[in-house]
Design a protein around this ligand. Structure first.
Ligand code: SF4
Ligand code: SF4
Ligand code: SF4
Length: 190
């Protein structure tokens, strides 16, 4: 039997899922948890803007309020663009992107998949050569509804989290096997 969504789930479903951290929480779900527990206000998400605040207010049955600009300003949709001739292939942007919207390999130039980019800007600061700039989102992105964008970003973010968890588990397993092999070798030498 399917479990009914918690209040946190319902709030999280209304957030943009860029995981940008502007709300002062390390991602959309932690902010949703804070709203649900009364620890955060509903007007701290600049990417969601006034429409997002209205959705949250409707869900919670409370009055809407203006975006608290202490957390940032609502901006038009944008996507990251890599100036490829300047890219040194350090992969730092790939590590920073919450939705795996950047492709490239170590020492090769990288490219942003514009259709997948949420415009979170998290890849800009880690780039050591400042070759990532923000540009207006392509028409295809702008045509998507807020709900479609948020659902797509959440799918990709969840998939990335699962992949990272799997990689961590595999790394721990390799380290365990290496330790066991070393112990076996040491035992054999005795
Ligand atoms: S999109 Fe909004 S809720 Fe999600 S991390 Fe950014 S500011 Fe916070
Ligand atoms: S490419 Fe950059 S701006 Fe776009 S989603 Fe990834 S980290 Fe965010
Ligand atoms: S962080 Fe900058 S230099 Fe490094 S791979 Fe990404 S775009 Fe290229």
């Amino acid at each position: 039997m399917l479990e009914s969504p918690t209040l946190t789930d319902q709030i999280n479903a209304l957030l943009p899922q860029t995981q940008c951290g502007q709300c002062s929480f390390p991602g959309c779900r932690p902010y949703a948890e804070a709203i649900a527990s009364g620890a955060a206000d509903i007007n701290q998400c600049p990417p969601g803007g006034d429409e997002g605040i209205r959705d949250l207010a409707d869900l919670l049955g409370i009055p809407a309020k203006p975006l608290n600009t202490k957390f940032g300003l609502h901006k038009p949709a944008s996507v990251a663009f890599i100036i490829e001739q300047d890219c040194i292939g350090c992969v730092k942007c790939i590590a920073a992107c919450p939705v795996d919207a950047i492709v490239g390999a170590a020492k090769f130039m990288h490219t942003v998949i514009a259709q997948e980019c949420t415009g979170c800007e998290l890849c800009i600061a880690p780039c050591p050569v400042d070759c990532i700039v923000m540009q207006p989102a392509p028409v295809g992105n702008a045509e998507q509804s807020r709900a479609q964008k948020s659902a797509q970003a959440k799918r990709r973010y969840d998939a990335r989290c699962l992949r990272k968890e799997k990689e961590e588990a595999e790394k721990a397993e390799r380290a365990k096997k290496k330790k066991q092999a070393l112990l076996t070798m040491q035992e054999a030498k005795k």
